[in-house]
Design a binder for this molecule. Structure first.
Ligand SMILES: [Zn+2]
Length: 197
């Protein structure tokens, strides 16, 4: 995407007006083109989404597998990446074939990406966010304090376990989520120099 000189000048004017800062032509061109590129991506995605929703309406269906030429996409439940033909799409999100099969079999409710853990917790998060060692996790599951839903592939292999918040109230009372880590930058060289003074 190349901007015309007129558009670059307009971008400079807007930037000056909004942020009180003068950009050079080169800076304005670079930032302007990046912005246009960003909106092109958003626009393209909105078009795709619109076309998919239209298909639901036209065919009277609730979801469908995407094309093999689309993707790879990340499954909203197990987090694995698959080409479109192994990704079930509906208005709630993207799920891989295995996860969608488990949802259909009601092994798990129709989960989708949940970053805040309001609905469910991913297994790897138990270790990193709740300080739970895998061995402890197994013990707690045996004791019934921790309740997981095991998602299985067609061959019976468990490939993913999800923990529903509503089924783990007692566990969540005893194990609270670690606060997000804040990274502190300490310059060790500066520090030692200060100490020498
Ligand atoms: Zn999946």
């Amino acid at each position: 995407m190349t901007l015309s000189d007129k558009s670059v000048q307009e971008f400079k004017d807007i930037f000056k007006k909004e942020y009180g800062q003068d950009l050079t032509d080169a800076e304005a061109r670079e930032q302007g083109e990046r912005l246009v590129g960003f909106f092109e991506i958003l626009y393209k995605q909105a078009q795709i989404e619109h076309r998919r929703k239209l298909r639901l309406k036209n065919e009277g269906i609730k979801g469908f597998y995407l094309e093999s030429t689309e993707g790879p996409y990340t499954c909203g439940v197990c987090g694995d990446n698959y080409q479109g033909n192994n990704i079930w799409w509906n208005t709630k999100g993207l799920r891989c074939r295995d996860c969608w099969n488990n949802i259909k079999k009601k092994v798990t409710p129709a989960l989708t990406y949940d970053n805040d853990n309001k609905i469910w917790i991913k297994e790897w998060q138990l270790q990193y966010d709740y300080n739970l060692h895998p061995a402890t996790r197994k013990k707690l599951r045996r004791q019934g304090l921790l309740n997981g839903r095991d998602l299985k592939r067609d061959d019976g292999l468990i490939y993913c376990t999800v923990y529903l918040v509503k089924e783990n109230q007692e566990f969540l009372k005893q194990y609270s989520k670690k606060p997000r880590m804040t990274v502190k930058f300490v310059n060790s060289k500066l520090k030692s120099r200060d100490n020498e003074k």
